[in-house]
Design a protein around this ligand. Structure first.
Ligand code: HEM
Length: 448
């Protein structure tokens, strides 16, 4: 058995550290094509294994999740923005917190959020001016932020949406920078970037603290996630969650709960603008429902809407990669992988692998028709991860994306307002690098 799988050699000492600064999507897809199922490379002294085979991904995420933890680089990078919440906690703490948070995402409960999702989208549309240009990435971020604040915390953040949005952008950029500087020292230098990061953390911290304090003051069970967090008690000791833990969980859900969905929507509008035949088919499907606000039960009658979103998340998975650290030695694909190794898998690379997808770069929602979807190998498509740490908000996100997309398309077609290519920026999430300028085209003539 050879010691390491093949992979890019990189430079002596530094290994492939330059990958973190370069075109990361190209790096992971080229690795997949050149080296196959398991790719080995080094970042400094760290050994990284990139998994490209769905069975191996299932091994890591779903079959043996206890052999792994989230990567320390992610934890360090997110420490002062979101702290230790559901996204980064481990073992017993993770299990307990997940048990507490999960009920807020049961379908029955999230179905009551549908009206807020549609109402807020209609409010946004009511403010839009026909034929004007908007940065749709910014509009989607603002909208999904307002929705998550209202549905999970019963709070209206409209007045602060832009300030919070900028703080989150700074936070995400800083987080990505730090994931990419695996050695931590740079965090403490008096640089402009560190100052901006601390300021962003403070802005977000103050906003979440204010929401929590306000709720504590009224001492009322509003039946939303925040009330559930505040009232939760430890099964064994009966103690409530500490203030810090409530804060971290709320912050995690606030950030994880809107950024990704906003990106999914932006990429969907981008793809629709380039594929008018898909848009036409979608608009035709929506046609019987255009006179009144969209409702949750109607989504069952709109299968193509769901297929379009799934296909968009295949090509542009909002979470483009995930990483773990091995807690013990194990065998995978004929290799011995020692404890302490880093494992990485990229949804972007696997979702575009020609071994599992015919013409992988083509936008074809039909791949997700019920007959076709059944033939997709497990873990060849995993935009929400998998196993016990699968995205807790996946149903929330799917429902929200469908309701927002359907509601906008009832009234507007969105056309790209630039000839420049829209480049994906793979930070923690996959955002359009310079936003997404689009022009609104009112839908006056119903499509044939
Ligand atoms: C299209 C939208 C979304 C995408 C693509 C997405 C993707 C993901 C992925 C891939 C993971 C697993 C990461 C890993 O295993 O390393 C995850 C976890 C998580 N997501 Fe999402 N997410 C979305 C929306 C949401 C929403 C709406 C919420 C909450 C309102 C949310 C909250 C979370 C939380 C708390 C976790 C951590 C779960 C745990 O470790 O137990 N996400 N998400």
């Amino acid at each position: 058995m050879s010691k390491y799988p093949t992979g890019p050699k990189g430079l002596p000492v530094l290994g492939n550290l330059s990958f973190l600064r370069g075109d990361r999507l190209k790096f992971v897809t080229e690795n997949r094509d050149r080296y196959g199922d398991i790719v080995h490379f080094r970042l400094g002294t760290r050994h990284i294994y990139q998994l490209n085979n769905p069975e191996h991904i299932q091994f890591m995420l779903a079959k043996y999740p206890d052999k792994f933890h989230k990567s320390p680089a992610l934890k360090r990078a997110t420490k002062d923005i979101i702290g230790q919440g559901l996204l980064t906690s481990e073992d017993e703490l993770h299990k307990r917190q997940r048990r507490l948070v999960q009920p807020a995402f049961h379908f029955k409960r999230i179905s009551s959020y549908a009206d807020v999702m549609v109402d807020y989208t209609r409010q946004m549309i009511a403010d839009w001016q026909p034929a004007q240009q908007y940065d749709i990435a910014h509009e989607m971020m603002r909208l999904t932020m307002r929705i998550v604040a209202k549905t999970l915390f019963d709070t209206d953040v409209t007045a602060h949406a832009d300030t919070l949005g900028s703080a989150i952008s700074v936070g995400i950029e800083a987080t990505a920078q730090r994931v990419m500087q695996p050695f931590g020292l740079a965090d403490y230098l008096p640089t402009e970037a560190n100052r901006r990061r601390r300021e962003a953390a403070r802005t977000l911290d103050e906003a979440i603290t204010a929401i929590i304090n306000e709720r504590r003051a009224i001492q009322e069970d509003k039946g939303d996630l925040l009330s559930m967090l505040l009232m939760a008690t430890d099964e064994e000791t009966g103690d409530p969650m500490s203030d810090r833990q409530v804060h971290n969980e709320a912050m995690t859900l606030f950030i994880a709960g809107h950024e990704t969905t906003a990106n999914a929507l932006s990429w969907t509008f981008y793809l629709l603008a380039q594929h008018p035949q898909v848009e036409q088919k979608l608009v035709a499907e929506l046609q019987p429902y255009t006179t009144t606000p969209l409702t949750l039960p109607q989504l069952a009658q709109l299968p193509y809407l769901e297929m379009v979103i799934k296909e968009s998340m295949r090509l542009y998975p909002p979470a483009w990669a995930t990483t773990r650290i091995a807690l013990e030695d194990f065998e995978l694909g004929g290799y011995h992988i020692p404890k302490g190794s880093f494992l990485m898998t990229s949804m972007y690379a696997v979702h575009r692998d020609k071994r599992y997808w015919d013409e992988p770069d083509a936008f074809r929602p039909e791949r997700f028709s019920p007959e076709n979807e059944a033939n997709i190998p497990k873990y060849a498509y995993f935009p929400f991860g998998g196993g016990p740490r699968v995205c807790v908000g996946n149903q929330f996100a799917m429902m929200e994306a469908q309701l927002i997309l359907g509601t906008i398309l009832q009234q507007y077609g969105l056309r790209l307002a630039t000839n420049q290519p829209i480049t994906p920026q793979p930070l923690v999430t996959l955002r359009p690098l310079y936003g997404l300028p689009m022009t609104l085209q009112p839908r006056t003539v119903p499509p044939a």
